[in-house]
Write a protein that binds this ligand. Structure first.
Ligand code: A3D
Length: 329
């Protein structure tokens, strides 16, 4: 029988093989598009997840490979790296404490990102890197600075997730499929996120127009924004673990746009150097992701009230980034 050479797949590595890392690796493996490496500092965890996912690949008839490791050199020459290493805001002791604020994670996760950046710089300096570790915008900035990777090769996953939550809640409220809703959430991933209602559409109709004539218009919008802002904390309260299915799906969306040169516009945290009048900060804005990473940063023409909310968001990111400069750089 004629033998065909084994297909060569791109390589995707996950730094952190916990809930998001493991779930995203599974989603990616089922697409049969990349060989996968799961890395973690916990011995056995990435190896066990890799073994489990390998059997799932086999059921699907997939050809990709998956490896679990505690050795950084195994991530060498990755095409994409997804960073989920770090602590979450999870409630530790049975509801006794409220969830940790994203800002409280800053110094602990910064130390982890420092180590991760050193190793990615050493073993995979040409990878496209997606940061998920919180506080997201500050960690994306820190990773970009410490790794020295080109700014177009580093993004933070956040706006895509926030927007998908907005679409879900609005869809439920209006009885419309979320896939027919477009929303833009820019700025910080956190309480100061900026939902841009003027840019939101339902069935291609501007949201304002769609809701025209409803006397509870404000109530609907405020309710959806509130639910979107609180979704992360609500999930922690309910299941005592940070969200991971939707964050994993949102990270996969970014990785696929890069690997398959889809040129999709996705809301990501990216290093701004003058765009939106912001300098040297990572902030969530719409970007076009394709085979060279961030191909374009889309600059929306913001109105005064939107600019004000965006500025508040920027100040919050700036505060965390300034703290980082003091403790890490
Ligand atoms: P979890 O399931 O705890 O997984 C984190 C993994 O990181 C664990 O397996 C740890 O062992 C591992 N880890 C810790 N330190 C290191 C290190 N130095 N090197 C390699 N691995 C390490 O958490 P998770 O997957 O649910 O969340 C991961 C991160 O994503 C956290 O910081 C969350 O706060 C964040 N998160 C972000 C979003 C966004 O939308 C941006 C959403 C949900 C969670």
């Amino acid at each position: 029988m004629k033998k065909f050479p084994k297909k060569i797949f791109p390589k995707v590595s996950f730094i952190g093989s916990g809930n998001i890392g493991g779930t995203c690796a599974h989603l990616m493996a089922m697409k049969n598009i990349a060989d996968i490496v799961l890395f973690d500092i916990v011995k056995g965890l990435p190896q066990g997840k890799a073994l489990d996912i390998a059997a799932a690949i086999s059921i699907e008839g997939g050809e990709v490979s998956i490896t679990g490791t505690n050795t950084y050199s195994d991530i060498s020459d990755s095409d994409v790296i997804i960073i989920t290493a770090g602590l979450t805001r999870t409630i530790k002791d049975n509801n006794a404490k409220p969830p940790l604020d994203r800002a409280e994670l800053l110094s602990k996760n910064a130390k982890i990102i420092k180590k991760v950046a050193e190793n990615i710089k050493k073993y995979s300096p040409n990878a496209f890197v997606i940061v998920i570790t919180n506080p997201l915008d500050a960690m994306t900035w820190l990773f970009q600075k410490l790794s020295g990777l080109n700014r177009q090769m580093v993004v933070g996953m956040a706006g895509g997730l926030d927007s998908s939550r907005f679409c879900y809640f609005l869809g439920k409220e209006l009885g419309v499929s979320p896939k027919n809703i477009h929303s833009f959430i820019i700025g910080e991933h956190g309480n100061n996120m900026v939902p841009l209602i003027r840019f939101s559409k339902v069935n291609d109709v501007p949201l304002d127009e769609f809701l025209n004539g409803r006397n509870n218009r404000e109530e609907i919008i405020n309710n959806v924004i509130k639910k979107t802002r609180e979704a992360g904390g609500e999930i922690i309260k309910l299941m005592r673990a940070s969200a991971y299915f939707a964050p994993a799906a949102a990270a996969l969306d970014i990785a696929l746009s890069y690997l398959q040169d889809k040129n999709k516009t996705i809301l990501c945290s990216t290093l701004l150097n003058g765009e939106y009048d912001v300098h040297n900060l990572c902030v969530g804005v719409p970007v076009v992701i394709g085979s060279s990473g961030v191909k374009q940063i889309e600059e929306l023409n913001l109105q005064n009230n939107e600019k004000e909310a965006f500025q508040k968001s920027i100040e919050s990111i700036q505060t965390l980034t300034t703290t980082l400069k003091k403790i890490i750089l």
